[in-house]
Design a binder for this molecule. Structure first.
Ligand code: A3P
Length: 309
C-alpha cells in the first residue's frame, strides 16, 4: 500500500515530464505564489479542515520537514516504521501546492485522507484559509533567523526546478529583502503569525531553539498536542529526527521527488542543518546593508530571533 502510494506519486511527477518548468510567480493579495497555486487559489482559500487537523506553517526552509517528522512520530508514539509508511509530502500534504497534472495537488491528497491530518503550509497568515481558525485547529509555526533562512532558500531555489531562477546571490539578498521570492516577504511572514499566536493558540517555535535543545522543543510540541509520551520514546524521537538520521531516511529526505524537480546533485534537500551558515555566504558589506534594513523592517515587533549577528 505504502509502496504503491509512493510509486504513484513519483510516477506522477515523472509523467508530468516537460510540463515541469521554473514556473513564474503570480501575486495573490500582493504575495508572489507559484503560478499553479494562483490559478487554483479559490479552491485553496475555500479549504475546510476538520477541527482535529493540525497545521504546520513556515516560511520556506525554516524547518518544516523536521517539524513534520517530529509531529508524525509524536502522533505515532515514536514508531519509526509507522512513520516510514510514505514520504513526507504524502504523510503530511502541502496544502497549497499545485503542479501540472498528473501530479496530485495538496488538496487532492488531503481529500483522500481521514482526519486528523498533518497539513503543511508556507502561506503567510493572511492567506491561510479562514476555516482553520473558525474550526479552532491547532497550528505550529516555525521561524528561522532571516539570514540562515535566506541562504537555505537560495540553495533550494538552485535545486528546485519549479521555483524561479535564484540568480546571483547578491541579487537574491535584494529579492529576499523586498519580498519578491515565492511566498513573499519573510518579515511579513514571521510577524503575521507572531501577532496572532495568542489569539489563535499557535505554538510559535524557533529553528535555533530546536537545534540548541531538540528534546526541550519535542516536549514542548508534545504538550501542545496534549500528548504524554515516555522519556524513552521522547529520546527515540529526538534521535530519529536528528539531521543525520533524517538525511539518511528516504521517507524524510525528499528523494521521493525525482531529479527533474528536485536536483539533489546541485544541493541536497538535507543540506547542512546548521545555525550561522550565513556567515559563510554574506560579505561584510552585504551583512551591513541587510542588518540596517532588518532593523527598519522589524522595528514594530520584538520577536526573539537569535544568530542574526
Ligand atoms: P539548510 O539548507 O540550512 O541545511 P524546510 O523543511 O522548511 O524546507 O527546511 C529545510 C532546512 O531545514 C534545510 O536547511 C535542512 O537541512 C534543515 N533540516 C531538515 N531537517 C533537519 C533536522 N533534522 N535538523 C536540522 N535541520 C534540518
Amino acid at each position: 500500500m505504502t509502496e504503491e502510494k509512493e510509486l504513484s506519486y513519483k510516477e506522477a511527477i515523472e509523467k508530468a515530464g516537460s510540463a515541469i518548468t521554473r514556473f513564474p510567480v503570480i501575486k495573490i493579495q500582493d504575495v508572489p505564489l507559484m503560478s499553479h497555486i494562483a490559478y487554483n487559489w479559490d479552491s485553496i482559500w475555500a479549504f475546510r479542515p476538520d477541527p482535529s487537523d493540525l497545521l504546520i506553517a513556515t516560511y520556506p526552509k525554516a524547518g518544516t520537514t523536521w517539524t513534520q517528522e517530529i509531529v508524525d512520530l509524536l502522533l505515532h508514539n515514536g514508531d519509526a516504521d509507522a512513520c516510514k509508511r510514505a514520504p513526507t509530502p504524502v504523510r503530511s500534504p502541502f496544502l497549497e501546492i499545485c503542479s501540472p497534472p498528473p501530479i496530485p495537488s495538496g488538496l487532492d491528497l488531503l481529500k483522500k485522507m481521514d482526519p486528523p491530518r498533518l497539513i503543511k503550509t508556507h502561506l503567510p497568515f493572511k492567506l491561510v484559509p479562514p476555516a482553520f481558525w473558525e474550526n479552532k485547529c491547532k497550528a505550529i509555526y516555525v521561524a528561522r533567523n532571516a539570514k540562515d533562512n535566506l541562504v537555505s532558500y537560495y540553495y533550494f531555489d538552485l535545486m528546485n526546478k519549479t521555483q524561479p531562477e535564484p540568480g546571483p546571490f547578491a541579487g537574491y539578498i535584494h529579492k529576499f529583502m523586498t519580498g519578491e521570492l515565492s511566498w513573499g516577504s519573510w518579515y511579513d511572514h514571521v510577524k503575521g503569525y507572531w501577532m496572532e499566536r495568542e489569539k489563535k493558540n499557535i505554538l510559535y517555535l524557533f529553528y535555533e531553539d530546536m537545534k540548541e535543545n531538540p528534546r526541550r522543543e519535542v516536549e514542548r510540541i508534545m504538550r501542545y498536542l496534549d500528548l504524554s509520551l515516555s522519556d524513552e520514546v521522547i529520546s527515540q524521537i529526538v534521535e530519529l529526527t536528528s539531521f543525520k538520521n533524517m538525511k539518511d531516511n528516504p521517507m524524510a529526505n525528499y528523494s521521493c521527488i525525482p531529479s527533474p524537480v528536485f536536483d539533489q546533485s546541485i544541493s541536497p534537500f538535507m543540506r547542512k542543518g546548521e545555525v550561522g551558515d550565513w556567515k559563510n555566504h554574506f560579505s561584510p558589506e552585504q551583512t551591513k546593508i541587510f542588518d540596517e534594513d532588518y532593523e527598519k523592517q522589524m522595528k514594530d515587533v520584538n520577536i526573539p530571533f537569535r544568530s542574526l549577528i
